[in-house]
Design a protein around this ligand. Sequence first.
Ligand code: PMP
Length: 424
Amino acid sequence: NSLSPRTREMIERRRRLLGPGYQLFYQNPLHLVRGEGVWVHDVEGQRYLDVYNNVPSVGHCHPHVVDALCRQARLLNTHTRYLDDNILDFAEKLLGTMPAELSQVMFTCTGSEANDLAVRIAREHTGGTGVIVTNYAYHGLTASIAELSSSQFSQIAASPDVRTVAAPIHSPENPEEVGRRFAADVRAALADMRSHGIKPAALLLDSFFTSDGAFFEPSGFLREAVEAVREAGGLYIADEVQPGYGRSGRHMWGFQCHGLVPDIVTLGKPMGNGHPMAGITIKPQILQRFANESGYFNTFAGNPVSSAVGLAVLEVIERENLIANAHESGKFMLEGLRRLAVRHPVIGDVRGMGLYLGVDFTTPEGAPDAATAAQVVNGLREEHVLIGAAGPHVNTLKIRPPLVFQREHAEIFLNSLERVLERL
Ligand code: PMP
């Protein structure tokens, strides 16, 4: 009832025009009209710190990216069936950030399409159909990927070819066990496929397990599981839609934190800083059969404007040292969050890698506490800080601001969070 007449009218107009499929954040939804760096501004001129949005990762409306977009949009926009320098310059620059084996790239418009393409290629290459994912994975919304996205299984039937394994949950007391247990689960999934006559095609993993709750440690914990899948004839697909593009503060790509080279890497979200673009990088020998038999054309993907944008994003990451910044700001955040955890027992585990951090809220008995997480998310909105909660129990605060987030922004965030926690 505290909604302004204008807000109420817009909500009603959305309902009328867009139907029931769309959801808004917050009971008093935000009406944002402008963004700059880590800040977004609402229609009343109020400023909010964006700690939620990992898409505009070089900062909202970065001038170098916007200029590249406008310049190419004024000249020409077509598709990948003409010769064009933009796509080649972008492809070269992007592949230059990858291990040498991943030497070819294909473009899509969304992360879902990238995963869809990756799984299709993996199935054609291996002749298998089976895919292993974690228990609460999200890989996208196309029909074939939704049925491999276990977080959606309450709404969409699982593919008969999918097997789920528990995510490698952070275990500070027993770090060596994490990889061993994960590999044992993957081997059991492979054995189950075999007993049902299913040949494995791929192990598809978000490198940071973002929808499972965000897990990063200990480094190297995926190696044994990936070896098991490869021995069984399957491929390792790294979903870098969230972990990629420098977010780890250590490397450009999340899989590099595991010391592995995937067979296919899928990309999305930050690739165009908000412009819809995604894609895969791949070992050429794996692409061969699919390319010979199917060929590939995607109307909008890899167009000259998108390519100019994609190149500009990579240039900003390099010029502004955003990977180092993610490391510095992330470390400062992690230390601050750990100090808060000591003072506030509602905080359970705190973990992070660069500018992807997770904070669990738990009851005094140690159970997941989604209600407190929701209160914190709403309390932070009142503090003009935007953030979300995720994980299977929706009790994990997911902290993934644009990579231009500085120490001063981390201080604002930590002080706001402390005030909210004190008010609980
Ligand atoms: N993979 C991961 C890990 C994601 O987080 C998402 C989007 N949340 C996707 C794939 C799908 O990307 P898109 O929404 O661009 O289709």
